[in-house]
Design a protein around this ligand. Structure first.
Ligand code: SF4
Length: 227
């Protein structure tokens, strides 16, 4: 385990006290990122769903470069449902995994047209029936597009930082989400994810967390630990 040269790690907490003080973490994030929002540009739930599918293994910056042309060419769910796989692949190629993503977008759009009267479902159960839509994407759509707190979005930043903060020791995003839903009040679920994602991009970055300027440094068991 490498240590940052200018900082000393905090004394390790006992396993019982490993649980970070959630309320203080929430308050710190609220103060630091009061206006944190989803970084994916979108005008409606369908566009957010498609942007989120495209963001898998890709940066939001890259996705935001692709979607203006995409949404101009396909202005409706019917347009996405009726396009060809090859044509869509060309437009989203730069986001990576473009064959699977094109297949998911077309399949999800066709199902929305055929089963949901052209409207993106507003509940987890039906969203999960759409090709390419797993729990994370469904939580993004429900939370950001509809304001429905269905769960906690666990992306790579949320997964990494909640472990550093001692909020979970779970090995999969699904189990991390369950831990977070137990410890965080439902009215914080949506904003908690937005704020932690911002924190992961600006401060608690994967390669070298900037603990010296982290609002959570006094609460975090991993302060000063590079890992
Ligand atoms: S930046 Fe450092 S102190 Fe802040 S949450 Fe990440 S590991 Fe903890």
């Amino acid at each position: 385990m490498k240590l940052m040269p200018t900082m000393k790690p905090q004394k390790q907490r006992s396993s019982r006290s490993m649980q970070a003080p959630v309320e203080q973490i929430l308050a710190g994030l609220r103060k630091e990122y009061p206006d944190a929002r989803c970084a994916l540009e979108h005008q409606n739930p369908l566009q957010l769903m498609i942007a989120t599918i495209l963001s898998a293994q890709c940066t939001d910056v890259r996705v935001n470069k692709v979607i203006p042309d995409l949404f101009k060419k396909y202005p409706s769910v019917q347009a996405f449902a009726n396009t060809s796989q090859a044509e869509l692949e060309e437009l989203i190629r730069s986001t990576g995994f473009f064959r699977n993503k094109a297949k998911s977008i077309i399949g999800a759009s066709q199902r929305i047209v055929n089963q949901y009267e052209g409207q993106v479902p507003r509940d987890m159960e039906n969203l999960l029936t759409l090709p390419g839509v797993a729990r994370k994407t469904a939580n993004v759509v429900l939370g950001t597009a509809f304001g429905i707190a269905s769960g906690v979005v666990v992306d790579t930043h949320v997964f990494r930082i909640t472990h550093r903060l001692g909020l979970t020791e779970a090995k999969t995003p699904e189990k991390v989400e369950i831990d977070l839903m137990r410890s965080i009040p439902p009215d914080e679920w949506i904003n908690f994810s937005h704020r932690l994602i911002h924190h992961g991009r600006k401060v608690c970055v994967a390669r070298k967390p900037a603990c010296e300027r982290c609002v959570l440094s006094e609460l975090c068991p991993k302060t000063g630990v590079l890992k």
